[in-house]
Design a protein around this ligand. Structure first.
Ligand code: IMP
Length: 169
């Protein structure tokens, strides 16, 4: 498969994002909410580039099943363990495609009383957006391609690739 983003390119960009987040959250303690499973690889790398005390929590949602097209339906598979009350929440996503998943999550998590809520996504496909949503930190903007690797899957495969590749290419 064709490599879209190499391991080195990803590492360099994740480091920059971590530095930016460190500056923006100086004096605060961000609470990173990881959206499983795709966001997990990005989260573990990003968290280590943030030079601040922080906490982590995980949630799992499903919007795709085994297909490459979004159904628009979001199912909660695993909820957070901790409360968001009064916290500076940073949602960590692998990719924002149509935006439907993130839109659902933002609406849900806003009801739980966070002090602030921002989004960091490694990838964004703006040409596919169906709902406008704020993505505060974007690693890379990509074309309308289906990509795998660095946490992203096709039918649960390829999550372990150290780079990001274009599926089928
Ligand atoms: P959205 O709701 O359409 O924004 O889709 C978000 C979710 O779809 C992501 O968190 C991914 O799990 C999945 N997804 C979207 N595009 C891709 C892709 O190119 N490769 C792998 N998964 C994708």
């Amino acid at each position: 498969m064709k490599v879209l983003l190499s391991r080195d390119e990803i590492q360099a960009r994740v480091r920059e994002m971590g530095q930016q987040i460190t500056r923006d959250y100086a004096g605060r303690e961000p609470h990173l909410v990881c959206v499983l499973k795709g966001g997990c690889t990005f989260l573990t790398d990003l968290a280590r580039e943030i030079d601040l005390p922080l906490s982590l929590d995980y949630m799992a949602v499903s919007s795709y099943g085994a297909a490459t097209k979004s159904s628009g339906e979001v199912r909660m598979l695993k909820d957070l363990d901790q409360s968001l009350e009064g916290r500076d929440v940073l949602i960590v996503e692998d990719i924002v495609d149509t935006g439907l998943t993130l839109n659902y999550l933002l609406n849900l998590l806003r009801t739980r009383g966070p002090r602030s809520m921002k989004v960091a996504s490694l990838l964004s496909k703006p040409s596919r957006r169906l709902v406008e949503i704020p993505v505060d930190y974007v690693g890379f903007t990509i074309d309308d391609l289906f990509v795998v690797g660095y946490g992203l899957d096709y039918n649960e495969k390829f999550r372990n690739l150290p780079h990001i590749a274009v599926y089928g290419a």
